[in-house]
Design a protein around this ligand. Structure first.
Ligand SMILES: NC(=O)c1ccc[n+]([C@@H]2O[C@H](COP(=O)([O-])OP(=O)(O)OC[C@H]3O[C@@H](n4cnc5c(N)ncnc54)[C@H](O)[C@@H]3O)[C@@H](O)[C@H]2O)c1
Length: 348
């Protein structure tokens, strides 16, 4: 029988508060303290009757948590995580793991050298329906994976951009949102060998991109496209399709269409298309069934996994090096979009 882990939260904005609701429901972990300089966070901590600190280093020294969840602005992720590792404290670090590959290399080295774990918050990998989709692809249900069509098309309200950091370098749709889709594409379809891309910022007129079109060549030979925009009145995105977060009204629309020589799969519905007989083609009817979608809340499962990681019972499902490869893909897309040439993430 373990005592609940005492977990501190660094950054108590939208995402940090979501983590808090899962901590409140857990009997394996509890909220030890909050570090966030904003008055709103001080008020939030007071309401929960947990110690509040403006500075996370002071919190680490005084509250001495067993583990930390970091959900501050993305450009603070690596320096904050390094402060935790230096004190031997394991971290659940929100995505993106960092905003530059050099700083992420420093983090990977620090984690390896200290032996202290970093789990990166690509929580969708913990979603049971993603696990099932990966299993189907791995079992060969689609044959040779050939084409992948990924969509992230939705409308963020203007109020989303009122937070200054969301308009500044280190934020943007690629690093904040498409990074989730790119991570899942790596998880489902394998590593990406090269990318070509175009981005645009004219729908919103902010410095960061609001639209992107990306071509992907996977190491296994599959070809893919990912089109994204945060400025369109459209229903095709993980957020609106998966029902993972009830704050987004659900649409029964796919966001990933994975096609292979023996079948196809629409995600998140897990609609599985195939011909009844081998050798059939476009003159025969295609049948489709919905694979049962296992129940399970990705953020709750991520927290359970983090508890096991902290106790030394599991290795992080997404460690800093793995999340660094997803970040390299984002960087490759940026390079490809600005140069117009094909970029290999591995070379960055
Ligand atoms: N996994 C997901 O699906 C998901 C969803 C949303 C956001 N995120 C990530 O979570 C992070 C936060 O995003 P958000 O939307 O909650 O932003 P937010 O602006 O709502 O919250 C950020 C919080 O960090 C605080 N902060 C600023 N400087 C700080 C510091 N030095 N120390 C501690 N706290 C500090 C701010 O006061 C604010 O409360 C981002 O990195 C984002 O990419 C992940």
């Amino acid at each position: 029988m373990h005592l609940p882990l005492r977990i501190a939260l660094i950054g108590a904005g939208v995402m940090g508060r979501q983590h808090q609701t899962y901590l409140a429901r857990s009997d394996e972990a509890c909220l030890r303290a909050i570090a966030d300089p904003s008055p709103a966070a001080a008020e939030f901590a007071a309401g929960l009757a947990v110690p509040w600190f403006a500075d996370h280093r002071q919190m680490l020294e005084q509250a001495r948590p067993d583990a930390v969840i970091v959900a501050n602005p993305s450009k603070l992720h690596v320096p904050t995580a390094l402060d935790c590792l230096a004190r031997g404290i394991p971290v659940l670090l929100e995505k993106p793991v960092g905003v530059g590959l050099d700083e992420v290399r420093t983090l990977v080295e620090a984690s390896a050298k200290s032996g202290v774990s970093v789990l990166v918050g690509h929580h969708r990998r913990h979603n049971p329906l993603i696990a099932r989709a990966r299993q189907l692809i791995g079992e060969g249900a689609l044959g040779r994976l050939t084409t992948v069509t990924a969509l992230w098309q939705l409308q963020k309200p203007a109020s989303y951009f009122e937070q200054a950091w969301r308009r500044e370098p280190g934020a943007g749709m690629l690093l904040t949102n498409l990074i989730h889709d790119l991570d899942l594409l790596r998880h489902l379809c394998g590593e990406v060998q090269s990318v070509q891309a175009m981005t645009d910022n004219r729908a919103r007129g902010l410095p960061n991109e609001d639209s992107a079109a990306v071509l992907l060549r996977f190491e296994n030979g599959a070809l893919g496209t990912l089109t994204g925009s945060d400025a369109v009145a459209a229903p095709w995105s993980w957020e609106l399709g998966s029902g993972e977060n009830p704050v987004y009204p659900r649409q029964d629309q796919p966001c990933y269409l994975l096609a292979g020589t023996q079948g196809a799969l629409a995600v998140p519905q897990l609609q599985h298309w195939r011909y009844a007989e081998a050798g059939a083609g476009w003159h025969q009817p295609l049948s489709s069934t919905r694979e049962p979608v296992p129940a399970g809340d990705a953020l709750a499962l991520q927290l359970q996994h983090f508890v096991r990681v902290v106790r030394g019972e599991a290795r992080p499902l997404v460690d800093a090096a793995d999340a660094g490869r997803t970040l390299a893909l984002v960087e490759a897309i940026r390079h490809a979009a600005s140069s117009g040439v094909c970029v290999t993430p591995e070379t960055l």
